[in-house]
Write a protein that binds this ligand. Structure first.
Ligand SMILES: Cc1cc2nc3c(=O)[nH]c(=O)nc-3n(C[C@H](O)[C@H](O)[C@H](O)COP(=O)(O)OP(=O)(O)OC[C@H]3O[C@@H](n4cnc5c(N)ncnc54)[C@H](O)[C@@H]3O)c2cc1C
Length: 506
């Protein structure tokens, strides 16, 4: 039931996590409200590394072209040493697009631009952010959450069937829910970060100095005339950021007097908090993004992990609102909590490496790209094949170009784009099985046969190769681009049973 004061979902926080969740709900016609305490959108560059898996999410949301136009791949790092020597390095060397993964490397783009593109998409889908609106308190009942909001001195009560806390590392909502934020604050790892104009260096490199005092870097932010300033600072150093302090750090650590900083738009002090929740759901409230896990910026994982939390949760929440059993929401924690734990481990390892080598930026392995994240151990992964290949239920569904239908050509991701499940039948003779599945779930599914005479012709074999197909195979790809179900047998029953978890029981 919805009314002005009773909505399906209240989303607290309109950072990247809240915005992706809002887009996911908006394109499924769920009635939600998205609030943010800030008076207006943030201008901070913060998470400036968008990983390939997040680019795939943004592709599915229909905004990847704008994102790619506003960013840059493979910006080389230029390291300066104390003797004036320099060494250039691409920390993402070797990370290139492949047929199964069209976005091969980390895209450098300021976080505020990603947020702006998501806000525009949300507006196209009919949604908006209510700024200057703060969640102050909440209580839970059997069927709803009641939230007290403040807005310019006035208070308002909102009832929602579900509430999602996307309100960042200091989440009020998490505290009100009584969810512990386990971990530690590393007082020895502190940084100044900010966005400034810079003269004296060019924009073709990410400039970095490594000295006894610590690392300092200037990363040109694509599509702007600004740089992100980053400097490790000593545990005893003052923590109040200012242009004068940033300038002094650059002067001392670069040993140069020609680099001048000006016009700051954002300056902040950061210390390493490495923490995560031990549960993602309390009754009718869920946590996502930094509200659920925070760690070091080393490796560029935070925003990306939040985007994918929201992407995992959005379609499940919409299914439950449309009548599916709410146990479906427990798979959100089941799938995403282990990811957060491993991201914390990865970013800790990278932070430890940064502390030892005094580099915040160092060559990155493929694990930072987040393409290998899988949900094989999830209750939603069903592989019925007697001999599954290397790509199994629970794995990310790979892309595959050169799928031809007459004179039109598609990529696999073209077939996935949108809020639907995708039924992929490799081989011939699936007509009856597909018809039976469609009879029950036609509204939820799009279906494609990969077979030269009856469907899409896999002209270069990328689909068969990318999905490691060795026999006729039926796959169900979830709306968030993971393979949920796989079978060889030409029977509709198992697929129908699988799909029942996502619809109202009759
Ligand atoms: C220097 C730095 C570099 C980084 N680099 C990277 C990187 O390269 N890649 C990467 O992936 N991540 C990076 N990160 C991390 C990234 O910025 C965060 O992980 C990301 O912002 C988390 O998004 P979020 O939407 O979960 O939370 P946030 O962006 O923190 O958004 C939370 C929102 O909730 C609002 N809010 C808070 N309380 C309330 C309330 N009570 N009521 C209403 N609204 C509220 C806030 O105003 C805010 O807008 C970096 C961070 C820093 C500081």
């Amino acid at each position: 039931m919805t009314s002005p004061n009773h909505i399906d979902v209240l989303i607290v926080g309109a950072g990247p996590t809240g915005l992706v969740l809002a887009c996911e709900l908006a394109r499924r016609n769920v009635a939600f409200r998205l609030i943010d305490a800030l008076p207006q959108p943030s201008v901070a560059s913060r998470g400036k590394g968008t990983q390939p898996r997040s680019l795939e999410v943004l592709d599915d949301l229909g905004v990847v072209d704008q994102v790619l136009a506003g960013g840059r791949f493979h910006l080389p790092l230029r390291f300066y040493d104390a003797n004036g020597g320099r060494k250039d390095q691409d920390i993402h060397e070797g990370h290139q697009p492949r047929p199964d993964a069209p976005y091969g490397s980390t895209l450098l783009i300021p976080q505020w631009r990603i947020e702006g593109i998501l806000r525009e998409r949300l507006a196209e889908l009919g949604g908006r952010v209510d700024y200057a609106t703060t969640l102050e308190d909440l209580t839970q009942g059997e069927t709803s959450v009641t939230a007290t909001l403040s807005h310019e001195g006035a208070t308002e009560t909102v009832r929602a069937s579900w509430l999602v806390a996307c309100d960042g590392g200091r989440s009020t909502t998490r505290r009100k829910l009584g969810i512990a934020f386990l971990g530690e604050t590393l007082e020895t790892h502190r940084m100044f970060v900010g966005d400034v104009k810079v003269s004296g260096v060019d924009r073709e490199f990410w400039h970095a100095w490594r000295t006894e005092d610590g690392f300092v870097g200037l990363a040109p932010l694509p599509g702007t005339d600004m740089y992100q300033f980053q400097a490790f600072i000593h545990p005893d150093a003052p923590t109040e950021p200012s242009l004068a302090v940033f300038q002094q750090i650059i002067d001392v650590r670069s040993g140069r007097s020609d680099i001048r900083l000006s016009d700051p738009t954002w300056m902040s002090f950061w210390r390493a908090n490495v923490r995560m929740v031990d549960r993602y759901r309390v009754g009718r409230a869920l946590v996502a993004g930094d509200a659920a896990h925070v760690h070091s910026p080393a490796g560029g994982q935070g925003m990306n992990t939040g985007i994918q939390d929201a992407y995992n949760l959005g379609w499940k929440l919409a299914a439950v609102i449309n009548g599916a059993n709410s146990a479906l929401l427990d798979t959100y924690e089941e799938e995403r909590l282990p990811v957060a734990a491993s991201v914390l481990g990865l970013s800790n390892a990278l932070l430890a490496q940064a502390a030892t080598t005094r580099h915040l930026v160092a060559p990155r392995g493929t694990e930072t790209l987040q393409l290998g994240i899988h949900y094989r151990n999830s209750g939603l992964a069903q592989d019925h094949r007697p001999a599954p290949g290397n790509v199994r239920a629970g794995d990310r569904a790979p892309d595959a170009p050169s799928l031809r239908d007459g004179d039109r050509e598609y990529r696999m991701f073209d077939l996935f784009r949108g809020p639907h499940f995708t039924l992929l039948a490799f081989g011939a003779g699936w007509d009856r099985v597909i018809a039976e599945i469609e009879a029950q779930f036609g509204g939820l599914l799009k279906r494609f046969v990969i077979e030269p005479t009856q469907g899409l012709h896999d002209t270069a074999g990328y689909a068969v190769q990318g999905y490691d197909i060795h026999a006729d195979t039926l796959l169900i790809v979830r709306p968030d681009g993971y393979i949920g179900f796989a079978a060889n047998e030409k029977a509709a029953g198992p697929a129908i049973s699988y799909m029942k978890a996502f619809v109202a029981s009759h």
